[in-house]
Design a protein around this ligand. Structure first.
Ligand SMILES: O=C(O)COP(=O)(O)O
Ligand SMILES: [Mg+2]
Length: 229
């Protein structure tokens, strides 16, 4: 058996924490459109969707830093913070207007979440995407009812791979870590789950900075979300 229950050594599965980008939703088309529009507005070279796919996963500021380092052909640690802030502000404008235009749920997501919800399993979204964008995306796909707890990339001072957002989600759901499993698409999700002391499943179709997520050694790896049921 490959499903999430196999990860708990006989303990009851009470809650599941989900990463957002690359796990529940394919958000890169909207992220890339907003980022390229922002770059062009400020007279930088647009990055294109394939580069952007490899840059998602460490929050909006990091995404913008990676884009600016690419456009200016300088290392990320050599960037001027004022220029990062400027591009970030423009990106927030564009992405706020179009975060649900081309974004889709991955196959099996709706069905699996509804199924777990019907079983009484509690669910939360733990993402590095700022909450102001994550919240309308969850609402757009009618997932808020299934997943009432959201910990965004700016909810705490730290983000995944730090375990604190996962621990906060468990606290808000009112569940023990021992009965909770994390599902993600990247090394950040694996490291955050390990540090929080919970098992982790990964989907192979996500972003993970362009590298196969198998190299992060999740407890299980599936090609389709529905296999987690
Ligand atoms: O980097 C982001 O904005 C989103 O990352 P996520 O994979 O944690 O949802
Ligand atoms: Mg992700």
């Amino acid at each position: 058996m490959k499903g999430l229950r196999s990860l708990l050594d006989g303990r009851e599965l009470q809650a599941i924490l989900f990463d957002l980008d690359g796990t529940l939703i394919d958000s890169v088309p909207d992220l890339a459109a907003a980022l390229d529009a922002s770059l062009e507005q400020l007279n930088y070279t647009p990055a294109g969707i394939d580069r952007v796919r490899g840059w998602v996963g460490n929050g909006a500021r990091k995404l913008v830093q990676r884009a600016l380092a690419f456009a200016l052909e300088v290392p990320e640690n050599g960037l001027n913070n004022t220029l990062v802030d400027q591009l970030l502000a423009v990106f927030f404008e564009y992405y706020g207007e179009q975060c649900c235009e081309q974004t889709i749920l991955y196959p099996g997501v709706q069905e699996a979440l509804s199924n777990w919800h019907a079983q009484g399993i509690k669910m939360a979204c733990v993402t590095n995407k700022p909450a102001r964008f994550s919240q309308p995306i969850l609402a757009h796909f009618d997932l808020q009812e299934l997943m009432p707890v959201l910990v965004g990339g700016d909810t705490l001072a730290v983000r995944k791979p730090d375990p604190a957002p996962l621990l906060l989600a468990c606290e808000q759901l009112g569940v023990a870590i021992a009965n909770t499993v994390m599902v993600g698409d990247s090394v950040n999700d694996v490291e955050a789950a390990r540090a929080a002391g919970m098992p982790v499943a990964c989907v192979s179709y996500g972003y993970n900075h362009g590298a196969p997520v198998a190299t992060a050694r999740p407890d299980i790896l599936v090609d389709n979300f529905i296999e987690l049921l």
